[in-house]
Design a protein around this ligand. Structure first.
Ligand SMILES: C[S@@+](CC[C@H](N)C(=O)[O-])C[C@H]1O[C@@H](n2cnc3c(N)ncnc32)[C@H](O)[C@@H]1O
Length: 256
């Protein structure tokens, strides 16, 4: 099956533009092999062939590959720490930020909700990107089940959400229009620059060490001097100074 997976990596990249060489192999291979078997295929050749002709199979495959799990105010204490840093990151009441690998939108909306208590929302320029079209569609629409909104304070919920039916609420136009949602592959595409804040959480864990190394260099280059990179709770950067980054708090790295 290992040879078969090598073939799959090469051809999956040809079909989707996603290079699985840059993702940690054991977890990814295990996940995709399980799905291939579950769908009744003998090998990845048959599976990819079928998925190329059936969009539902391909969607399921991409879904298993991308892992879109997210939540509002994920690891709350980290967001409290970010709130303390925001005044030092703003420039003339403006903030240029990027939520990289934003999944279904909970992360960029969390940032907007947090910022709404600290500055005028119209002063925020926020780019939110992900490789996954389906996740981005959900993000742009901004409709979530009531249970998902539990971590949001009641006053923010009243101000920035409206009911669309008995179980779901949508983020206000004011917040949604402030965010530019865009498809972007972190491993292949160029980064914009001069960011005050980059949030990239819970995606680098899936990448190989060489891929992470390149990304840390690129994130550092994209930050303005003094800007901050906010990473996930299991994604500590070793030898941060190699990238001209300095750890200022757990999970926050400042561009030197
Ligand atoms: C577990 S979610 C993290 C969501 C959010 N950042 C959070 O912490 O709640 C990982 C996201 O990374 C995205 N992703 C995976 N590979 C990517 C790549 N090469 N470029 C951009 N996004 C990618 C997936 O589509 C998925 O939405």
């Amino acid at each position: 099956m290992a040879q078969d997976y090598d073939w799959f990596i090469e051809n999956f990249c040809r079909v989707t533009g996603i290079d699985l060489e840059k993702y940690k192999r054991p977890q990814m291979e295990r996940r995709l092999t399980a799905l291939c078997t579950k769908r009744g295929f003998q090998n990845f050749g048959e599976y990819l062939d079928a998925a190329s002709k059936d969009s539902r199979l391909m969607d399921e495959l991409l879904d298993r590959m991308t892992i879109n799990v997210s939540e509002f105010f994920r690891n709350r204490s980290r967001w409290d720490a970010l709130a303390q840093l925001i005044p030092t990151l703003m420039r003339n009441n403006h903030l240029k930020a990027w939520s990289a690998a934003c999944s279904t939108g909970q992360e960029p909306y969390t940032l907007m909700l947090l910022l709404s208590k600290l500055m005028t929302v119209s002063g925020v320029s926020l780019l939110a990107t992900d490789i996954d079209d389906r996740a981005l569609r959900v993000a742009k629409e901004g409709i979530y089940n009531e249970e998902e909104l539990m971590p949001i304070e009641q006053d923010l919920k009243s101000k920035y959400f409206r009911s669309v039916n008995s179980t779901q609420q949508q983020v206000s136009d004011e917040l949604r229009s402030q965010i530019e949602f865009k498809k972007h592959n972190l491993l292949e595409q160029p980064f914009d620059s001069d960011y005050d804040l980059i949030i990239c959480r819970n995606v680098l864990i899936y990448f190989t060490d060489p891929a992470k190394d390149i990304l840390y260099h690129k994130f550092a280059q994209s930050l303005r001097s003094g800007g901050v990179l906010f990473v996930g709770s299991t994604e500590q950067i070793f030898h941060a100074e190699t990238y001209r980054l300095k750890q200022i708090q757990p999970f926050f790295y400042q561009k030197i």
